[in-house]
Every structure is written in C-alpha cells, then in structure tokens.
Design a protein around this ligand. Structure first.
Ligand code: ZN
Length: 506
C-alpha cells in the first residue's frame, strides 16, 4: 500500500468516524430528556441578608452555566433598588425573571380579595392590586416577567385572566387547586406548571438527608425517561438560606396586618448554617447536572417545549367526526394524536362547523376549520337540566348562529344557551350539538327535532372542591378562611383544561 493510498484511507476513516460521532450526538439530542425547571420565589423584603442569598444563588448558577427563573415580588424589586443593590439586580438579570405578586403577604392576599368577586371584576381587581408590582419588576430588571405564581396558597382563577392581559404564558407554582393527573396542563389558555408528579427538593437544613433527595431525583429521572421525557420542578426561596423562619410568618400570620413601621426582621441563620444550606443546594444541583439527559430550563423555555399546536391545526372531516363522537353526557377535554382540545375548544369547533353548515351557501368547511383562541369557561351557572328539552331544527340552527356570535364577541362559553325562551346549560347544548354535527358530517339532513339531554362538565373534577385543609392551610390566612364561590368559578374554567403535550426543543 503506497503512502498516497494510506493517506486516502485515513482521510475516509476520519470522515466516516466524524459522521458516526455527529450522527450519534444527533441521536442523543433527539432522545428523551429530563427537563429541570429551577425556580426561586424571591420575596423577602425585610431581612437584608436575603438580598445576598439571591446574589449568591444567581452567581453560583451562572457559574454552572444554568439559567433559573427568579419570581420576584414587586416590593422586593423596589427594596433592592432602594438599597442600591445593583449587584443583585445585575446577577438576577442573567436569569429569567417571573412575578410573585406585589406585596405577597400583606392583607388581604389574592385569594381573599378574589373570593368576593366574580370573573370580570376579579380580573380587574387583580390587575389593579398586582399590576403595579409587575410593572415595577419589569422596569427594575429590564425584562418582562414571563410567569406568575401566587404567594403561599393564595390562588384564584381570575389571576389567569389578568395574566392573559399582561401577555404572560406560564403559571409557575406548586399547589392543589388544579391538578390534571399531576402533569403540565393548559388552564385558561395558560401553561399551568402547578401540581406536578415530580416537585423535588433537598432539605437545606438537613444535609444528612441529601443522599435521599438525590435518590428521589434519580428515581424521577428513571420514570420520566421511561415515558419519553418530562419535567421536574424544583423551587426554593433565597431567604430560606439565611433565615430561621419565614419573613411573613413573623409579621402577617393568621390575618395580622401591622403597619410598615412595625414590620420586624425574621431571625437569621448563623454564617455556618447558611454555608451548610448553600452546600446542600450546590451539591444537589451538581448531582443533577451530571446526568447526560438533564437540561435545566426556564419558564419561557417550558412554554416553548409544551407549546400548544392546536392553533396551527386544520381539522379534516374525519377528525371532526372523531371529535364529535367523543363528546358524551360527560363533557371533557380530548387528547388526539398530535394535539389536545379543551371542552371549550370542542364547543367552539363544532359550533362553528354547524353554524357554517346552516349558512346560505352551506359550504362544508371541514379541512378549513381552526381553533383560533381557547374560549374561556362561562362566568356564571344555571341549574343543570333535570330532564331533556326538545327543540326544532330551525331554533337549534338559529341558536347556533347566536352562540357563534357570542363566542366571537365575548371569547367565552355562555353561561346559558337560549333555545328561544328556554335556557339550557352549555354542557347539555354541547352534547346535543355534537350529536347533530355528527349527523351532518355523515351527510344527513338536520333532524326535525333535537333533544337536549342533561349533561355535566366532567373536567371539573380536576379542579379541587373548596377544601380548607387541602387549599387554604397557609399560615398568613385568617383562621377559618374558605372560598366556595372562588372554587366554583375555578371549576367553570375547567372548560379550558387540557393536557399540555411535550414537543421538544424548537
Ligand atoms: Zn412566596
């Protein structure tokens, strides 16, 4: 073999091995991933050491090449500015900024004031009280907060309406109010990362238990990889690294609301205790980082990973048939091969179809129908039907036209659907609509009479009942706080609930 041929051989060998390496790297990139969303509720505006804790954590993570999500309280942002902590602000700016209410624990907290209000007034009031804090966080950090999550367990559905106004796409927190099989879901058109199967923390005050926390993470990783990838949510508060007790519990517990001049700093950890807490956290992060499939993501990256592709979908007649068939007397979301549909989207889609079919030109619009926006749930309730109601084809078709206009103007499901002088609940209307649409999709004429049978919103079971132990245990609430009207309003929004599907990186 002459030198020339050897050189050529080596050249091809290198080219081939380069190709093998790059294609195996590519295969690894498209394989299942464990996405770790690391977030910090940055809220203590009393203990100055908590500013240093935020600085320490932000710098440590930047050094590790990790971007976290810091959900900042409005008053915390203003306090950092007042204290001239440009170093803290600059360190946090390298991460993603979220929002965590304006004052967090001063009374009344969001669930309390929202519990007295309906939908529209609640959205306005949430915007009035919390909006200025959101604007301050944006002004001080120079970036619009990408997500919101409530103080403590002070949750209310109207906050989602305000978030849509603010252009926020992600609800990021941990709680029990909405729980779709402990998976990421869409609620009110917003990605809800809330009650998740894998919310994992290492106890900062028990370094001896770190191995167990690491074991829990390793176990979650295994489970998530087995199901094709998924998300782990991990949260801390910078103040936990420096205090012995939460700042707000010291001042605002059980409904207390002292004036600003009486606010007290919480008791602080010793320097050694703080160092130990940092060690636990840093070892935990480095442990997770060692797994090749682990990717640390921010809230907006999660929004991209779980982006809703229903808006890009054009529905064929065959799909509409499948969708109509799947609607029963138990109204729920639907999961199809490539997309999921909330009950409100099914409602809008089938109503548009039947409305178009009844139009003057009667052009079948299947293949062209789209979901442009997720309609919100109804903001009121009429009693469920106790027995069927019958109407004729003409009235049903006219009602269908009226409902189409209602959806268009109000962007929500009507609380009552009027068949002339007879109101029926939207669930019952949807079930009848689906049966009628299916007939039309199969090429049949409108039936002479249409029966509207009792139906119920099965999706409402994923929104909690007003259970004080499960929902309202936060120490800041006044004793005995309940919010039945708020949770009823939240159940109406189960019309918008559906699974969020993991898409991968775009
Ligand atoms: Zn908080």
């Amino acid at each position: 073999m002459d030198l020339q041929r050897i050189r050529r051989g080596v050249f091809w060998l290198l080219l081939l091995s380069g190709w093998v390496l790059s294609s195996s790297a590519h295969a690894a990139e498209s394989a299942a991933k464990v996405y770790v969303l690391l977030w910090f509720d940055t809220e203590d505006y009393l203990l100055p050491a908590s500013d240093d804790a935020a600085l320490h954590l932000a710098r440590f993570l930047s050094g590790e090449g990790i971007r976290a999500t810091f959900k900042v309280v409005g008053e915390k942002a203003r306090t950092l500015q007042r204290r001239h902590r440009t170093d803290v602000i600059a360190a946090l700016q390298r991460h993603e900024i979220g929002f965590h209410s304006n004052f967090h624990s001063t009374q009344p907290s969001p669930a309390m004031y929202l519990s007295q209000l309906g939908w529209d007034e609640g959205v306005q009031e949430f915007d009035r009280r919390e909006g200025p804090g959101r604007a301050d966080v944006e002004r001080i950090f120079g970036q619009a907060p990408t997500c919101y999550g409530q103080p403590g367990s002070s949750w209310g559905p109207q906050s989602y309406g305000a978030m849509s106004r603010w252009g926020m796409k992600v609800y990021l927190d941990a709680g029990n109010h909405v729980n779709l099989n402990e998976r990421p879901c869409y609620y009110c058109g917003i990605l809800n990362l809330y009650k998740l199967a894998h919310v994992l923390r290492a106890d900062l005050n028990r370094p001896q238990e770190l191995p167990q926390a690491q074991e829990r993470f390793a176990q979650a990783r295994k489970e998530l990889l087995a199901e094709g990838g998924g998300m782990v949510s991990i949260f801390y508060h910078p103040c936990e690294f420096v205090h012995k007790q939460f700042w707000d519990g010291v001042n605002f517990a059980r409904g207390a609301n002292p004036p600003r001049e009486k606010w007290k700093e919480p008791p602080a950890k010793s320097a050694e205790e703080t160092r130990s807490s940092y060690r636990v956290f840093e070892e935990y992060v480095r442990f997770m980082k060692r797994f090749p499939e682990v990717r640390f993501i921010t809230a907006s990256e999660a929004a991209n990973l779980y982006r809703d592709q229903v808006y890009e979908h054009r529905f064929t007649a065959a799909e509409l048939r499948r969708i109509a068939k799947a609607v029963g007397e138990e109204v729920n979301f639907q999961t199809h091969a490539d997309y999921s549909l909330s009950a409100s989207e099914v409602f809008a889609l089938l109503n548009t179809y039947l409305d178009c079919m009844g139009g003057a030109d009667a052009t079948p619009l299947a293949d062209q129908l789209t979901v442009k926006k997720t309609p919100l749930g109804p903001t009121g309730r009429i009693p469920l039907l106790s027995e069927p109601v019958t109407t004729d084809a003409s009235q049903f078709q006219r009602t269908c036209r009226d409902v189409a206009d209602y959806l268009d103007k109000h962007g929500r499901i009507p609380s009552a659907v009027w068949l002339g002088s007879r109101p029926v609940p939207p669930e019952a209307y949807l079930a009848a609509l689906a049966r009628t649409a299916l007939l039309r999709l199969n090429g049949e004429a409108m039936p002479e009479n249409i029966e509207i049978k009792p139906a119920k919103l099965a999706a409402a079971r994923y929104v909690s009942d007003d259970d004080p132990k499960k929902l309202w245990g936060w120490v800041i609430f006044p004793p005995g706080f309940r919010a039945p009207a708020l949770m009823a309003l939240a159940k109406n929004q189960a019309w918008t609930l559906k699974p969020a599907i993991l898409r991968g990186v775009k």
